[in-house]
Every structure is written in structure tokens, then in C-alpha cells.
Ligand binder design. Structure first.
Ligand SMILES: Cc1cc2nc3c(=O)[nH]c(=O)nc-3n(C[C@H](O)[C@H](O)[C@H](O)COP(=O)(O)OP(=O)(O)OC[C@H]3O[C@@H](n4cnc5c(N)ncnc54)[C@H](O)[C@@H]3O)c2cc1C
Length: 467
């Protein structure tokens, strides 16, 4: 009560929420795996207010948990259960400060949703390529703090690659601001890249200058039937070469995932091609030439001759393209509706995807007889969401008991394949133990020293990323 009263004096009455039913959504994560408590939720609308807040919290050693759209998967935005933290919601810092067409850049505040930034870019005849199933809710600050990936990484990179500058408030309230649209800046340690992916543990991001691209005016999208994951890897190389690297997405979808989507998502229409164990959604885009459609058709003819592809549907309209993307984007939701699942966000060097799938599936089938594997996702980036869903007639307790042993063998497998146990979802509180297990001693020590240097009182999102 005392903390909330002091915060109201500091930030004004409208910026502080304490009613139980109002703050409840801020205290649990998207998947409902974590539940916390907080002294208050604060919602400042200016960087200066965030600065005042952090200076005060640092002085009084009060933990602060930054909170964006709350769509992340690792519990990073949920406070601990002791009720001593303040949740800092950034949703009122939601202005587009500038769209700079000449410099192909946009300056957006942290609380802008990703969809707002995409729309602002489109209105200026530019393109912001980050694309996630959660784009209507997730926020730019959250995208930066988790270094989000998504479906266009293959061509445009992750959030880190899309960021030119950042404005952030450090633990003691100091404001670091570098929002100029600079492509080159080699002036010492790169604070921007330190803050990106730090999940709210090193600073609170309040705004960013993001890279824009020429709008893709011509888009060619196809849904393909493939005999195997190995064919997907060969196809990926073929399409990159044939299109002069204008391949923006290459997503792998197994038959079982397509069936789940068609069962649970009423708007989705199954593409009309012969049943196949694997499918790929591929997309080429060009800002200038409409020859991209022909490029795709010719490349797919070659792929069929080589046996990499057995059947093809090329989208002939925006509605058909939307349906293909709806299928891909609906896999997580269809899976959720189908029942409990054990999820893993794995990355390996692209060419090792077939080995990951073959060995991972064999391990899962052996360890989890109550489940079935649904491994799908960003094959062009070497990143698969390797999930195991509970069979309908399976015992829920027995299925849940498989979680820890399965995680161990899959994460050991990706370590052996020189991969990552967290490709794009971060660490949060879910994967703290995994980071401790798989990161080198040198990396962990450097991370702890950085945390100590930037947040000596440990007020920023304690218990996340590092214990
Ligand atoms: C349907 C669906 C599809 C998804 N698809 C993808 C995908 O393809 N690729 C992908 O990478 N992710 C995906 N995600 C996960 C999620 O959307 C991303 O991790 C996203 O970047 C999180 O943003 P957010 O605003 O919701 O962050 P939150 O969940 O609110 O927070 C995430 C972390 O960032 C910190 N944080 C938030 N805002 C700030 C800030 N301003 N300053 C400092 N720290 C901050 C929080 O403390 C927390 O640690 C998906 C999620 C859903 C629900």
C-alpha cells in the first residue's frame, strides 16, 4: 500500500494500478504456466516517467518487471510470487515518433504493437519485415527484449538485424538514447546489441529506430508437397539460388499439423494436392519485377524433375495466399486445442535439420508413447518447434511425467548437433537451468559480470535469464 502511494506521488494517480481484478492479467503468462504477485502495475506514458520510476526503485531496491504484450513463452514478463515487484507495463508508450522514408527507418516507442509498426511502414510505402503469429498483441519493446524471429528471418534477419538504434532507461534511471538511423557506428561497446535479447534484465527499452525496406510489390507464394525433410533442405538451396536470394520464407509443416489445423481451425481450407508426409510454404518477393512468379514456377518445375517436390499449389489470389499463411500460423493454436503438448524451440545448422528430425522423433517415440510428434516451423533458419502432443486416450499424468526426460535428450541432441535449445523464445524463467547446463563457463561468467555492472542492485527482472 505504501509503495503504491509513493508511486502515485511520483508518477500521477492514473499511472498506478492496484485493484486485484485489473492487475490480474499482468500476473500470469500467455500459456498460463506462471502466476505471480505485484505491489502495483505502473503504466507510464513518457520515457522521463520510466526514468523517475527506475531511479526510485533502484534507491529503494524494489524489483521491476518490464511487461510488453505478454505473448512470450518463457515466463519472462511474469513477476515472482512474493508480491514485492512492480510490473512496468509499456503499453502507453505507444507513439510512432517518426517514419523516415528517405533513410528507410522508423522510430517507434516500445509499447507500439508490431502490427502498428508494420502498418505505419506500409502507409509510407515501406516495409517492416518482422512477422509473428502474435503481431497484433506483441510490442516492439518485447520483440527487442526477446530478439524475436518469425517467418521472414531467412531474408531479413531477426529483430537484432532490424534495429538501427535504441532508447532505454538503465537501472539507476539514466536514459541511454541513440535513435539516429545510422547504418554504421563503431564507437565502442554496442549497448544496443547488449540490450536486445536481454529480456528486461539490463534496461527498459522505451523506443527504437528500426530498419525499413522497399515494399515487396510482387509476391509469389506456394504450398508444396515434399517426400522428406532432406528434400526441404535441397529445395531451400535451389530456391535461394534461382531467385537471387529473394526467398523470404521457407516453412516446414508435417501432414499431422495440417490435419490438426483443418480439424480445429474452421476458416482454414486444405490445399488441393496429393497427401504427403511433409509440406513446405515458400514465398518469394520482389519490390520491382513481376517476373518473380515465373521465377518460382520455373524453380519448382526443376524441383519436381529432381524429385524434391511431388505436388504444388501456387497462390493465384490474395485470398489463397492468406489461406496458406493461415494454415501455417494456426499450427500452435490447433495444437493447443488438440490438448496438452511438450514444446521445444530448437535450432541447428540448416543442413542438420533432417538429422534432428530423424533422431529427435525416434527419441520422442521411445520416451513418450502417450504422445505424437509435431515438428514444424522455420526450416529456412534451421529452427523447428519440436513439439509432442498428448494422444487423446493417453493418461495426462504419465504424459506430463515425460516432460523432463524428453527435454533432456532433445537438448543434449541439439548440443551435439551444435545447435541451440532456445532459437527464438529466450530464457525467461523457464529455461534458466538449461542455460546453466549448456552455456560455457566463460559465457556465464561474462553474463553475470555484465548484469552486475549494469544492474548492481539486481532490480531489473530478477530471476530471469540468470538466477
Ligand atoms: C501465436 C504466437 C506466435 C508466436 N510466434 C513467434 C515467432 O514466430 N517468433 C518469435 O520469436 N516469437 C514468437 N512468439 C513469442 C512472442 O510473441 C515473442 O517472444 C514476442 O517478441 C514477445 O513480445 P511481447 O511484447 O509479448 O513481450 P512480453 O511477453 O511482454 O515480454 C517478453 C520479455 O521481454 C521483456 N520486456 C517486454 N517489454 C520490454 C521493454 N520495453 N524493455 C525491456 N524488456 C521488456 C519482459 O520482461 C519479458 O522478459 C509467438 C507468440 C504467440 C502467442
Amino acid at each position: 500500500v505504501e509503495i503504491a502511494a509513493r508511486l502515485r506521488e511520483l508518477l500521477g494517480p492514473d499511472a498506478v494500478l492496484t485493484e486485484a481484478d485489473v492487475i490480474a492479467p499482468y500476473l500470469t503468462d500467455y500459456r498460463g504456466n506462471y502466476r505471480g504477485a505485484a505491489a502495483a502495475v505502473v503504466q507510464p506514458d513518457q520515457t522521463a516517467s520510466v526514468s523517475k520510476l527506475l531511479a526510485w526503485c533502484n534507491e529503494h531496491r524494489i524489483p521491476v518487471v518490464p511487461h510488453g504484450g505478454n505473448t512470450s513463452y518463457c515466463g519472462g514478463a511474469t513477476p515472482s510470487e512474493d508480491g514485492k515487484s512492480i510490473v512496468l507495463s509499456l503499453h502507453k508508450l505507444n507513439r510512432i515518433r517518426q517514419v523516415d522514408s528517405a533513410n528507410f527507418a522508423i522510430v517507434a516507442e516500445a509499447g507500439c504493437t508490431l502490427a502498428t509498426v508494420q502498418t505505419a511502414a506500409t502507409e509510407a510505402a515501406r516495409f517492416f519485415p518482422l512477422s509473428l503469429g502474435s503481431e497484433g498483441s506483441c510490442q516492439i519493446g518485447g520483440n527487442l527484449a526477446t530478439n524475436a524471429g518469425g517467418t521472414a528471418v531467412l531474408r531479413y534477419g531477426m529483430m537484432r538485424d532490424l534495429t538501427l538504434g535504441i532508447e532505454a532507461v538503465l537501472a539507476d534511471g539514466a536514459v541511454y538514447s541513440q535513435l539516429a538511423p545510422l547504418r554504421k557506428d563503431n564507437t565502442g561497446y554496442d549497448l544496443k546489441n547488449l540490450l536486445i535479447g536481454s529480456e528486461g534484465t539490463l534496461g527498459v527499452i522505451t523506443a527504437a529506430c528500426l530498419r525499413l525496406f522497399p515494399a515487396p510489390r510482387h509476391i509469389a507464394t506456394a504450398w508444396l508437397a515434399l517426400p522428406s525433410p532432406a528434400a526441404a533442405i535441397a529445395l531451400l538451396a535451389l530456391l535461394r539460388e534461382a531467385s537471387a536470394d529473394r526467398l523470404s520464407s521457407c516453412e516446414l509443416v508435417p501432414r499431422v499439423a495440417l490435419e490438426l489445423v483443418c480439424t480445429h481451425i474452421s476458416q482454414a481450407r486444405e490445399p488441393q494436392l496429393a497427401p504427403s508426409p511433409w509440406y513446405a510454404l515458400v514465398e518469394l518477393s520482389d519490390s520491382h519485377s513481376d517476373a518473380i512468379q515465373g521465377t518460382l514456377t520455373n524453380a519448382l518445375a526443376t524441383a519436381m524433375q529432381q524429385g524434391l517436390v511431388t505436388d504444388v499449389v501456387i497462390a493465384q489470389s490474395v485470398a489463397q495466399r492468406d489461406n496458406l499463411w493461415l494454415i501455417r500460423e494456426s499450427v500452435p493454436e490447433a495444437q493447443r486445442r488438440a490438448g496438452a503438448s511438450l514444446k521445444h524451440d530448437l535450432a541447428v545448422p540448416v543442413a542438420r535439420i533432417p538429422e534432428l528430425l530423424a533422431r529427435g522423433t525416434a527419441l520422442a517415440e521411445q520416451l513418450v508413447p502417450e504422445g505424437f510428434v509435431i515438428a514444424y516451423g522455420h526450416v529456412g533458419d534451421g529452427n523447428l518447434h519440436f513439439n509432442v502432443n498428448q494422444r487423446q486416450d493417453a493418461d495426462a499424468e504419465e504424459f506430463k511425467a515425460c516432460e523432463a526426460p524428453l527435454k533432456r535428450v532433445l537438448h543434449d541432441l541439439v548440443a551435439e548437433l551444435q545447435g541451440s535449445f532456445s532459437a527464438e523464445h529466450g530464457i525467461g524463467q523457464l529455461k534458466l537451468g538449461e542455460l546453466e547446463r549448456y552455456a560455457s563457463a566463460a559465457k556465464l561468467q561474462a553474463m553475470r559480470q555484465i548484469k552486475q555492472a549494469l544492474d548492481p542492485n539486481g532490480i531489473l527482472n530478477p530471476g530471469k535469464v540468470l538466477r
